[in-house]
Ligand binder design. Structure first.
Ligand SMILES: [Zn+2]
Ligand SMILES: [Zn+2]
Length: 189
């Protein structure tokens, strides 16, 4: 198994970290079902230690997926939007650990912690991964950057006054953001 490939390593790490977060496992819980100790599991999840085939098989078993699932990039085949379970907002923030990767001269996400924060609820929330339908049109608020489907858009208040500010070549707004009241526009692609 060619685990020396850096893309493959980060794919595996991302898949493991995603599944661990979904199941709300801790490294200590994982260590109960795996032979690598808790600290080794933590180092593997942060990319400080390579994940060998044996550990990969154990991760797959405890996370109830196949080894193939762990080596396949998830997001390319299953694009998702993370939304707040309480209000549906996509304005979410996450605490994460990053490491400097000298090869790409940039930070690399190592681990996303629990404790998601929703701007719309102004508090900690629980999140849901919603599959993105590539054919569905999406709209973005020009002020708060919220991305939403058509059914969340509100009709534009005071449209006559606001229309006075639109130039002839300007993109016509499709509606109003339910969070901040600014104009929202259809997104490209
Ligand atoms: Zn919320
Ligand atoms: Zn907004």
């Amino acid at each position: 198994m060619p685990l020396e490939n850096n893309d493959l390593k980060s794919t595996i790490r991302n898949n493991i970290n995603r599944l661990v977060a979904e199941k709300r496992f801790t490294n200590a819980v994982l260590a109960l079902s795996m032979t690598p100790g808790e600290s080794h599991i933590g180092r593997m999840r942060r990319g400080e230690r390579d994940i060998g085939l044996d550990a990969l098989e154990q991760f797959a078993k405890v996370l109830e997926v196949s080894v193939n699932d762990l080596v396949t990039p998830y997001e390319t085949e299953h694009p998702v939007q993370l939304v707040c379970r309480a209000c549906g907002s996509t304005e979410l923030w996450f605490d994460a650990k990053a490491r400097w990767n000298a090869a790409i001269q940039d930070f690399e996400l190592a681990e996303v912690m629990q404790g998601e924060y929703c701007e719309a609820c102004d508090g900690q929330c629980s999140i849901e991964r919603k599959p993105i339908d590539p054919t569905e049109k999406r709209y973005q608020c020009q002020n708060c950057d919220e991305v939403m489907p058509a059914e969340k858009l509100q009709s534009i208040d005071d449209i006559e006054r606001r229309r006075a500010h639109w130039g002839p070549g300007d993109q016509v707004p499709d509606g109003q953001c339910p969070n901040c009241g600014s104009l929202a526009f259809e997104m490209d692609g």
